[in-house]
Ligand binder design. Sequence first.
Ligand SMILES: [Zn+2]
Length: 152
Amino acid sequence: MRKRFGLFICSTCGRARVVDKETKSSSCPYCGNAEKTDKMVFIYECNDQETAREALGQAAGFEGVDPKAEKAKKRKIENADPYSTMIYKYEHTSDLDEKMVILAKGLTKVKGTFTLEDVQEIVGERNAEKYVAAMMDRCYIAEVRPGQYKSS
Ligand SMILES: [Zn+2]
């Protein structure tokens, strides 16, 4: 008999989760990556959800999953994520004011305080100074130390 629940390692973020195979597709609660259940390769299968959850708790010990590497990978994703999210939002916004708010909040979230160079990396060398001046004008950012800015 086909077992109903499977333990699946997300191919995008590497986290394990329990998947109900009666659903056609399942999306990862951590990174949102959706995959078709019939295409998934399960590292463990069983018929009741309780057992599946227990197995999930032990998933880090399963063969092929190196907890240390997984942790480092997770950290990398967590660190990279707010930055790429910010770039994505920035690039998909046409409103200049909104772009500035996204930069001010995003850079502060990622870096704590940020510099003109950080802004240059995103808006380009020619625009960075204008952006910083405009963000100061509108009180989106404050200069907390010389050359160090923070969302206000
Ligand atoms: Zn995932």
